[in-house]
Design a protein around this ligand. Structure first.
Ligand code: ZN
Length: 428
């Protein structure tokens, strides 16, 4: 894992190893700039006196987790510097919004003070995105901006499409023939999974491993000659079909008709573009850095080629054109989106009735929920040093959430703030 390094004036230098960072801190050549992720600032060096190598940020955007990787590329190999997993809030947002609207609905119909009806938001028409999707895009943007501040980023890479059928037909980006065939196979598989909804076309099962059944429905039995004739089936159905003709194997007339219509349909979409990914791609273009936009098929091909385990962060490393991946066995920093608390001060029960009230001030003795603190408790049952995310209580006795569980009821005078809450919690 690499440590981010800034120069005397806060401009980014090449990330260094943890050991080197520790040495420089011991020799007073550096100061701690930030704890999570760890950033140091050199006191005796300027960017002009340093040599920089190309560092790239790679992004693999997912619905629940976005993988981010910082890599150093020198033409022959891709050295992984840092791996991050940005864990989005997901359904929390939509559930919170719909429960709030339900409570308000009740208060409109109940015999209470007047609450004005709420009409559809007119802002929805122009560039509106669902709040949970906007959150995903905004947090990804915010982390890309941070990495650009902390490292000498010279390029970006992101997945734009799930599959790219242009790559199947061959283009100039892929020179080697064998390589081209392998990428094309991944793109075709990604396309078929998307088209047939990750299910077997014969029995609708999505539990088993589905594979391509190379049969052409139009010629009833002969191998398919192009992608529109390919269908996905589970292993047991392919074994049961045992080379029989499709009209013989599928006894359900309606299903057979549906299959035939589907395969006859012309290829309209050459690429499946995801809304969030295209929004992220638009943002990446605004940074002014060179951006590589790749397809999901290529990511998967890279992952199998370098035999990397499946994880969102390592998938990010595999986005786009990749040379031999080295130094990838490093801990992944998990960044969980927690938000900065809520502005509603009334907590409600399941029926929307007030249950309790939150404090008017979020800060108690200059500590706020979400801050990273170190509590040094001298005596008693909780004696020791506890470091972690704090949850404040109005009485002044706080809870410190450590990786191995929370320690409750620590007096505020033992707590020292290490890093202010920034809307994320961090773990390894
Ligand atoms: Zn099946």
């Amino acid at each position: 894992m690499a440590v981010f390094v800034l120069d005397r004036r806060g401009r980014p230098l090449m990330p260094c190893s943890e050991k080197r960072a520790r040495l420089m801190l011991e020799r007073q050549r550096a100061r701690v700039h930030r704890l999570m992720p760890f950033v140091i600032r050199l006191t005796d060096r300027l960017i002009e006196e340093s040599t920089l190598q190309p560092v790239r940020i790679k992004i693999e955007s997912g619905s629940k987790i976005t993988g981010l990787a910082l890599v150093r590329e020198d033409g022959e190999s891709t050295a992984v510097l840092n791996l991050f997993e940005l864990i989005h809030r997901g359904r929390q947002i939509s559930e919170g919004l719909s429960s709030r609207s339900n409570f308000r609905r009740r208060r409109r119909s109940a015999n209470l003070r007047y609450r004005a009806p709420h009409y559809a938001n007119p802002a929805r028409t122009n560039g509106w995105l669902p709040p949970s999707l906007r959150h995903r895009i905004d947090t990804t943007k915010s982390w890309v901006r941070r990495f650009i501040r902390w490292a000498p980023v010279s390029g970006l890479a992101s997945e734009l499409v799930r599959y790219d059928l242009a790559a199947v037909e061959g283009d100039e980006r892929v020179s080697d023939n064998q390589e081209h065939a392998e990428i094309a196979a991944q793109e075709i598989r990604a396309y078929l999974l998307d088209k047939w909804g990750h299910q077997c076309v014969y029995c609708d099962s999505d539990r088993q491993h589905v594979q391509i059944d190379p049969i052409d429905l139009r010629t009833a039995g002969e191998p398919a000659r192009d992608i529109s004739g390919l269908i996905l089936a589970c292993t047991s159905c392919i074994a049961r079909r045992a080379g029989r003709d499709i009209s013989e194997f599928v006894t359900d007339r309606a299903r057979l008709e549906r299959l035939r219509n589907w395969t006859k349909a012309p290829q309209r979409d050459r690429a499946a573009v995801d809304g969030a990914r295209s929004a992220i791609a638009q943002f990446l273009a605004t940074t002014g850095l060179p951006v590589e936009l790749a397809s999901g098929g290529r990511t998967k091909w890279n992952r199998t080629r370098f035999a990397l385990p499946k994880s969102q962060a390592l998938d990010a490393v595999c986005v786009g054109a990749v040379t031999a991946v080295v130094c990838w066995r490093i801990p992944v920093i998990k960044i969980k989106c927690t938000g900065r608390g809520r502005y509603q001060r009334t907590l409600v029960n399941a029926h929307g009735f007030p249950r309790a009230h939150l404090m008017r001030n979020k800060r108690i003795h200059n500590v706020q929920t979400g801050d990273r603190v170190r509590a040094t408790v001298p005596t008693g049952k909780k004696a020791g040093i506890h470091t972690g995310r704090v949850a404040v209580r109005s009485r002044g006795y706080f809870d410190v959430h450590k990786p191995d569980g929370p320690v409750t009821g620590i007096h505020h005078r033992y707590c020292v703030v290490l890093q202010r809450a920034d809307g994320y919690s961090y773990s390894m």
